[in-house]
Design a protein around this ligand. Structure first.
Ligand SMILES: C[S@@+](CC[C@H](N)C(=O)[O-])C[C@H]1O[C@@H](n2cnc3c(N)ncnc32)[C@H](O)[C@@H]1O
Length: 241
């Protein structure tokens, strides 16, 4: 896609397809490697629920699906879904390397229209794709409705996502860091200014936990749990159906 085209909720798929080559590296550089621990915590939270059917939604390069599969017992059925074919191919490569590709079902689909029956999954995991599904996205309500539909009653959607530190000074420092460092590094490594402009802007303006809770409860979830990571720069959320 054109590097100057403005990215919105409606043209995200080609943007993600365009930044795959350096995607994992850039995430580690942005977070000084902390995302590795955050991702591990997300896997822990998902497995704690002892699911039998698990979906990695917006799987990207497949980290969550691969690590859940590696650590779970044989009975867990894992599906991984993304609307970027290129991301799905990268996820399949990662799964092959880890020796778990035959245990994951890779599905090309949009989160707004998931090809699964009602109440199918015990757990839906979303790793740093929730912001893309909600932020300035005209399909935000459809995404939440679909997650709710495919979860069984009592099932949970567990999310790791950027957040907003509650403390004013920490929030200001965090925003300064994102504005200056994240945009510059993303641009330097990937060369895609539109993509990193979108990622910077959406990170700066995404909901904090209190706003997000209202949206999640209004969408029909029963409970919303939040656990801050690194002073609230990110968080792990659990949305209970
Ligand atoms: C920021 S990346 C995160 C990827 C991966 N989960 C991770 O932890 O690194 C967001 C991913 O979500 C996918 N995505 C965003 N919106 C989506 C939607 N509506 N339906 C399916 N996939 C979506 C993108 O294609 C991209 O691969």
């Amino acid at each position: 896609m054109s590097k100057n085209k403005e990215i919105t909720g409606e043209n995200l798929s080609p943007m993600f397809s365009g930044i795959i080559r350096h995607y994992d590296l850039i995430n580690h550089v942005f977070t000084w490697g902390m995302d590795i621990g955050w991702r591990r915590k997300l896997v822990d939270e998902c497995l704690k629920l002892k699911p039998e059917k698990f979906l990695d939604l917006g799987c990207g390069t497949g980290d969550l699906a691969v690590n859940v599969t590696r650590r779970a017992d044989e009975r867990l059925q894992v599906s991984a879904c993304d609307f970027s074919r290129e991301m799905l191919a990268a996820a399949a490569r990662k799964a092959r390397k880890a020796g778990v590709d035959d245990k994951i079902l890779f599905i090309h689909a949009d989160a707004a229209k998931l090809p699964f029956s009602d109440n199918y999954f015990d757990c839906v995991g979303i790793s740093f794709a929730f912001r893309n599904m909600l932020y300035k996205n005209p399909a935000a309500k459809d995404h939440l409705a679909e997650i709710l539909r495919v979860l069984r009653p009592g099932g949970s959607c567990v999310v790791a996502e950027t957040s907003q530190p509650r403390h004013k000074t920490i929030r200001a420092l965090h925003h300064f860091y994102v504005r200056i460092y994240v945009y510059a590094i993303g641009l330097l490594i990937s060369g895609d200014s539109a993509a990193y402009k979108y990622l910077t802007e959406s990170t700066l303006n995404f909901y904090g936990p209190d706003e997000l809770k209202k949206i999640i409860i209004a969408a029909g979830f029963k409970e919303f749990f939040y656990r801050p990571l690194f002073f609230g720069a990110a968080g792990i959320y659990r949305l209970l159906k």
